[in-house]
Design a protein around this ligand. Sequence first.
Ligand code: ADP
Length: 414
Amino acid sequence: MNVLVLNAGSSSLKFQIIETDLDRISNHKDDRICRGEVERTGGEAIITFQYRQQPKRKLTASLRDITAALDYLVRFIASDDSGVEEIRSTADINAVGHRVVHGGERFTESALIDDQVLSGIEDCIDLAPLHNPNNIKGILAARELFGKNTPQVAVFDTSFHHSIPEYAFLYAIPYHLYRRYRVRRYGFHGTSHRYVAFCYRAIRGLTREQTNIITLHLGNGCSAAAIKQGNSVDTSMGMTPLEGLVMGTRSGDLDPAIISLIAAKEGLSASDVETMLNTQSGLLGISGLTNDMRELQSELKDHEDRRVRLAIEIFCYRARKYIGEYLAAMGGADAVVFTGGIGENSPDIRARICQNLEWAGLKIDSVRNHEMVGREGLISTDDSRLLAYAIPTDEELLIARDTVRVILGQPHPS
Ligand code: ADP
């Protein structure tokens, strides 16, 4: 089955086409045909495209919105120019899998999209006003292009965290706010946490029930998850992705009283401050330089910059605190798993985060740690009681697999 995986943002559309089916899933033989991204829709859009291992190509086209972007993209992929032999027309796309950010309390697993599911995703707009409307646009665009007979599946960022118990998802604020507005922790990056938990147990030959780990997704957005017996029992992002770890441009945890103080002092509205916490804070806010960890690290190598050093220190300290918090919450864990752009590629950050965790039985093996860049493997010493792994995430692959499983009515294996 050729599955088109879509991740529709406000002015971008990320895509992959993955050929997979139940046999391929069980033998890990999924075949990634092509991938890319359309950026800056609404004007002169830039299309990045890669067919298999061939070099990336850049194209430009005037594309007014997501519908135009999808139409252009599929037309291009099906044309001789793209070189994609597997896709000659829309009929060669058998299903579409969508990343949907917020599934609220309703969507505890991936869902075949019909009118009811679509209106359920619309009902969650209040919870993710910046994300769900774009995801809906992606779904409607695909429906228009492929017709109602091509099945579409929604895979939610939130659903892996549906197993978090009430005492961990409720905030200590008047209870009626939860009843009225569903104010609670939902958590995000669920597809990534679920995927690396699945890889971890495959590496170690464990069952789902034997999977007791802390996963750290450290990319531009960052989150931690406590996974006990294969289920998410706590996670660091909250009602929105703002809470928790220090991120590229997001503050993560902070005293909520700060919001009204900044608003009063700077003459801003509460929502202006929220935007500042989402877009001007985190690594960027502290360093005053960039949200990009790689750039911060190379800056620190070249010059001793106090704020760059601080940004990295605060980032690592917060991550370490969450490991400690989850070890206590879970009554201990067997491993810490690093993923996301930083978690997969930066031995230095992984080592800094794990500093002083010897008490918990975790010692990083420097050789292994430096070997595991962009690939999966153990990074702790043989005598560690708490293991550490680096495991590259692959959210698109999990979306394609879920799409197949949902269409064929197969239960979730993980
Ligand atoms: P997103 O959350 O947008 O998907 P990624 O998971 O790609 O982002 O992560 C982006 C982050 O990963 C950036 O801060 C980038 O600097 C960082 N990163 C990528 N490669 C490296 C590396 N080799 N060393 C340190 N950081 C890296």
